[in-house]
Design a binder for this molecule. Structure first.
Ligand code: GDP
Length: 309
């Protein structure tokens, strides 16, 4: 995951650590390396500029120059700024799902086709059903989960969710391509209430690109379902494109968080570092395999540590 970025940054970090003295020249050189590493990893240019400017400002400040080991202090600054970039200031509550509501707590999944919505729906359902959910830092126990697909354009999508729900061992409400997405959503809400499901996850249709009809449809689902979580699922392999798509979804829907999938691929990973900045929404989970246990809660600090190697 993020291997290239990690390799490059850890090289810079190693050189920095060795510097007993920070000069204008070696600081510039180091910043240039960091900038190149981030750009090559596909982090968007404005985000990189901002990042490098902040590191530079702090590097020239007392915190680094006045320290006993400036190289080491500079590594600390890069680490802090990387953490901030990925949402370091996001509170624990922001990283968690907020499910404390009158049941069923509805989670609406949004994103383009192929982003990993259905897979992530299965992963989340399994994680919740097995008691993975944390609220205020404490596990809240196993949840009774229902999943439903409102993707009426691809019958295969409904079948796929059925299979995934079977593997996750959660309840699946069948839907049919002849139904309207809003009718499916209404039926699912009623069914979940009747059968005392604590969580209802609604998988939605995704198109190949952003289009207005899709945005209107998911907005209508949002208004009807009043979800406590609206998660934008995005493929890390999409690179720069992911950032534009994220922005479009964030403009159209009150998103509560982002799930970045396929971080196990040979993604350059820059999307992970830009998506938070661009949408202003917390990254809540990352997908790290095709399997249903391949979902990890996202912690900015840990990710920054990983990236720095
Ligand atoms: P949807 O169209 O948004 O519902 O996307 P799918 O859930 O069908 O996922 C598209 C493809 O990506 C499938 O082949 C999934 O197995 C794969 N996929 C989803 N999440 C991950 C992940 O985190 N890692 C990997 N390696 N593959 C994933």
């Amino acid at each position: 995951m993020l291997d290239n970025l990690t390799q490059r940054l850890s090289r810079v970090v190693k050189t920095m650590r060795g510097q007993a003295r920070l000069t204008e020249a070696n600081t510039q050189e180091m910043l240039r390396e960091v900038r190149m590493a981030l750009l090559e990893a596909d982090v968007s240019l404005p985000v990189v500029r901002d990042f490098v400017a902040r590191v530079k400002e702090r590097a020239l400040g007392q915190e680094v120059v006045g320290s006993l080991n400036p190289g080491q202090a500079l590594v600390g600054v890069v680490h802090k700024e990387l953490t901030a970039l990925m949402g370091g200031e996001q509170s624990a509550q922001e990283s968690e799902l907020s499910l404390a509501t009158q049941p069923p707590a509805v989670i609406l999944m949004a994103g383009l086709q192929g982003a990993g919505k259905t897979t992530t729906t299965g992963k989340l359902a399994k994680w919740l059903a097995e008691g993975g959910h944390v609220q205020n830092g404490r596990k809240t126990g196993k949840k009774k989960v229902l999943v439903v697909s409102a993707d009426v354009y691809r019958p295969a999508a409904i079948e796929q969710l059925k299979t995934v729900a079977g593997q996750a061992q959660v309840d699946f409400l069948p839907s049919d391509p002849s139904q309207k997405p809003e009718d499916i959503a209404r039926a699912a809400l009623e069914y979940a209430k009747l059968h005392h499901h604590e969580v209802l996850i609604v998988d939605t249709a995704g198109r190949l690109g952003i289009d207005e009809a899709m945005m209107r449809e998911i907005r209508a689902l949002y208004d009807l379902l009043n979800p406590v979580e609206t998660l934008f699922v995005v493929d890390a392999m999409q690179g720069q494109d992911a950032v534009n798509v994220a922005k479009a979804f964030a403009d159209a829907l009150p998103l509560t968080g982002v799930v970045l999938t396929k971080l196990d691929g040979d993604a350059r990973g820059g999307a992970a570092l830009s998506v938070r900045q661009v949408t202003g929404k917390p990254l809540k989970f990352v997908g790290v395999s095709e399997k249903l246990d391949g979902l990890e809660p996202f912690y900015p600090e840990r990710m920054a540590q990983r990236v720095l190697g």
